[in-house]
Design a protein around this ligand. Structure first.
Ligand code: AHM
Ligand code: MG
Length: 330
């Protein structure tokens, strides 16, 4: 049979149209995954509107409650969680949600075939100070038959089993970047149209780069290998850039070439970032763009999660930079 040749869609194509046109690239081309991506995009538009109003109305500041990781919840964290949960529940394609904001997974008690892991609003320390923040999402196919109780094997899947993943960056413009395992595409939100439009087709991370992004406040507690790598970056007079919003730091390095590091430390032996809803999605995007992601010893996507809120040291970015860092770790 003759292979049909795909015509690349032009810059400016609306996200909906792009998803529809690429539907048969999904492993299980049924339209449900496309609908899930559309639900996520829709919820992100609502969150974007709220993020943009944050300085104007009284939705800023701490809630006075803590999330499961012990962080103080911000009103916008909570709002974003509500928006995404509502959109994904209504759609019916997702049967379970794993979120940074809830202790155990949420069973949606439906016939959905997909499991979603989401950090609805990452970079909480930047919410109040008008600095970029993001949403991170991973989509998995459930393993056990629909109609039976959800099991650990549906929830605790390795990153390599993601069928799609991505992020939304609420920055100087709002962008949605995702992969379904066939490269990475970036869409910029056009507020007057209310649409995400293709602005960054087939994104590739530069093989090598000069930007290193790490919170050096904990330097004295970092493993020796990380200290050595940071010395190397400084000897080479690389550029230090750290926003403290994972999505924003990752996105800049994806475009310009760089490495983001959140290492293990004496204080946090497993690092800070959460494997299931922070690291895995960005590791998938990085690899699909030609980059690399490791915990220092293992490929992030190969780590078998044992719990929902498990943490992992995270080294992600341009392939050569990550390999160089890895080579110096014990
Ligand atoms: P959060 O989920 O509480 O927002 O924490 C995750 C964030 C990342 O966005 C960011 O890269 C990192 O924490 C910054 O941590 P630190 O302030 O320790 O540098
Ligand atoms: Mg987070």
């Amino acid at each position: 049979m003759m292979e049909s040749s795909r015509i690349a869609l032009p810059i400016g194509t609306a996200l909906d149209r792009f998803i529809k046109n690429n539907q048969e690239q999904f492993q299980y081309a049924s339209g449900e995954l496309s609908q899930l991506l559309r639900d996520i995009a829709l919820a992100s538009k609502v969150v974007n509107r709220e993020v943009n109003k944050a300085g104007l109305i009284d939705i800023m500041g701490p809630m006075g409650s803590m999330n499961t990781a012990g962080d103080q919840q911000q009103k916008l964290d909570v709002l974003a969680n509500i928006r995404f949960t509502r959109a994904l529940t209504k759609g019916g394609e997702a049967c379970a949600l794993i979120s940074e904001e809830t202790e155990s997974f949420v069973d949606l008690n439906n016939e959905g075939k997909y499991v979603i892991a989401i950090d609805p609003l990452d970079g909480s320390s930047n919410i109040d100070v008008n600095v970029s923040i993001g949403t991170i999402f991973s989509i998995y196919r459930r393993k056990t038959p629909v109609g039976t109780p959800i099991q650990d094997e549906d929830i605790l899947q390795k990153g390599s089993e993601q069928v799609a993943a991505g992020y939304v960056l609420y920055g100087s413009s709002t962008m949605l970047v995702y992969t379904a395992g066939h490269g990475v595409n970036g869409f910029t939100y056009e507020p007057s149209l209310g649409e995400y439009v293709l602005s960054h087709p087939d994104m590739k991370m530069p093989e090598d780069g000069k930007i290193f992004s790490v919170n050096e406040g904990g330097y004295h507690t970092f493993p020796e290998g990380v200290k050595k790598y940071l010395s190397y970056c400084k000897e080479k007079q690389f550029v230090g850039r750290y926003i403290g919003s994972l999505v924003a730091d990752f996105h800049r390095n994806l475009l310009k070439g760089g490495i983001y590091i959140y290492p293990a430390s004496a204080k946090a032996p497993e690092g800070k970032l959460r494997l299931m809803y922070e690291c895995n999605a960005l590791a998938f995007v990085a690899e699909q763009a030609g980059g690399k992601a490791t915990d220092g010893k293992r490929r992030i996507l190969d780590i078998q999660p044992k719990s929902l809120h498990q943490r992992a040291p995270f080294f992600v970015g341009s392939k050569q930079m990550v390999e160089m860092a890895e080579g110096l770790l014990d």
